[in-house]
Design a protein around this ligand. Structure first.
Ligand code: HEM
Length: 139
């Protein structure tokens, strides 16, 4: 049994918190994120706004994810797979199956857009989720 049966603000805050705690400690992802982000409180707040804009249509996010990722030092396609593996694991800890799938399918789609946009080409995702959030951001 996960913590939350459906997507809501407190669930999104929990997901974002747990996910970036794992990212920071991760051997592959940690160095990239820790080099770029010095204010984690603000970063997590931006990511809460991003997810609540997509999944709950709150309209709070006004950033440009493609521009932000293009400006980062180059990193390999493998990092996207690691990012998605941690995201899937955390989404399933925090949300029951159908809500978790919404966050997973949406992240896979955004990851595809970012990967194409920063020149890594299409990600080869095994069994991609078809469940998508309502808004199109960063594609
Ligand atoms: C290998 C995969 C990824 C890496 C290494 C990565 C890395 C980063 C880093 C380092 C930042 C902070 C940049 C800064 O503030 O200077 C960032 C911001 C962000 N990332 Fe990613 N990212 C990845 C994948 C994703 C995916 C799949 C999503 C969405 C599903 C995503 C969504 C965002 C958003 C919304 C921001 C904030 C942009 C803003 O400031 O408005 N990232 N990412």
């Amino acid at each position: 049994m996960a913590l939350f049966p459906a997507a809501n603000e407190i669930g999104i805050a929990t997901l974002v918190d747990r996910f970036y705690d794992k990212v920071r400690a991760d051997e592959e992802l940690g160095p990239v994120f820790n080099a770029a982000i010095h204010d984690w409180i603000t970063h997590k707040q931006v990511l809460r706004d991003f997810w609540s804009s997509i999944v709950l249509r709150s309209g709070r996010y006004h950033g440009n994810p493609m521009g932000v990722h293009r400006a980062l030092p180059a990193f390999g396609q493998q990092l996207f797979h690691r990012w998605l593996a941690l995201w899937r694991e955390t989404a399933r800890e925090v949300f029951d199956a159908s809500a978790a799938e919404l966050f997973i399918g949406t992240a896979e789609r955004v990851a595809q857009g970012l990967s194409m946009g920063i020149g890594h080409g299409r990600l080869n995702i095994d069994h991609p989720s078809r469940v998508l959030g309502p808004l199109h951001i960063a594609s």
